[in-house]
Design a protein around this ligand. Sequence first.
Ligand SMILES: NC(=O)c1ccc[n+]([C@@H]2O[C@H](COP(=O)([O-])OP(=O)(O)OC[C@H]3O[C@@H](n4cnc5c(N)ncnc54)[C@H](O)[C@@H]3O)[C@@H](O)[C@H]2O)c1
Length: 281
Amino acid sequence: MNEIFGVVGAGTMGNGIAQVAARAGFDVVMRDVSEDFLARGLKAVDKSLQRDVDKERLSAEEKGAIFGRIKTSTELNALSDAFIVVEAVTEDLGVKTEVFRALDQITKPDCILASNTSSISITKLGAATKRPDKVIGMHFMNPVPVMKLVEVIRGAATSDETYERVRGLTEKLGKTPLECQDYPGFISNRVLMPMINEAIFALHEGVATRESIDGIMKLGMNHPMGPLTLADFIGLDVCLAIMNVLHEGFGDSKYRPCPLLKRYVDAGWLGKKSGRGFYEY
Ligand SMILES: NC(=O)c1ccc[n+]([C@@H]2O[C@H](COP(=O)([O-])OP(=O)(O)OC[C@H]3O[C@@H](n4cnc5c(N)ncnc54)[C@H](O)[C@@H]3O)[C@@H](O)[C@H]2O)c1
């Protein structure tokens, strides 16, 4: 029997990671808490692969083979033969800590435990296990099948060997690994979110209209979309949560979330997913 590439969580990121691993030839087991979530995850994989078949980037046979390499389970024990498990569950320290503690007990001693977290400390997740040297961050970007980057995050105790195995594996998945240390926001969100937050301050202070702020960053900096549009796409609640992680983590007022961002989140204007954010959808 082949070794298993494990994925915990069949949501937006988890099903994307499962698809990419199956495409690279691995036998995947994807675990979620209910059959409904698993079915929804598989449906998303099917739709994404079908798009490639329609565009003639993939044959129907290849699609069938990739799909056939993804098994699902609601049992954590289904991951006991995994050589790596990538965790992509809800962004909540308590939930993730529990998943890491359980994975530590049921997986083989040399299995790597990776987290796709956007903002939770890899060092803390490692400390919840008896193998902190084998715990690491693999921060895939959304949509996973399309985006090339995996930000690879080394916790305080992550070993060089674990890092090297994950670097090699990321390349096998057809992605580019870029390394950083475990500090709040890693690199991606530490640089991106303060820019978005500053754009919101500029709007709040009446420096420019939403269209002007987004247009200046698009046309002037060659960004594919403006920061306010991007915030709406990411979700304003997610943006606020990440600013809070930076603010608390560094204790530096330069990361304080803009009051307008808080106000929108309080109003339930969370961006595209709720039909209204800085724009209407
Ligand atoms: N969505 C993004 O753009 C994005 C980008 C990068 C990283 N992330 C990170 O990826 C992770 C997942 O985000 P998402 O957007 O895929 O979330 P999501 O809500 O789409 O999916 C989360 C899934 O985890 C499942 N889950 C919850 N607890 C579980 C448990 N104990 N065991 C197994 N499954 C469990 C849920 O049922 C759900 O299906 C988060 O840590 C998030 O910060 C998200």
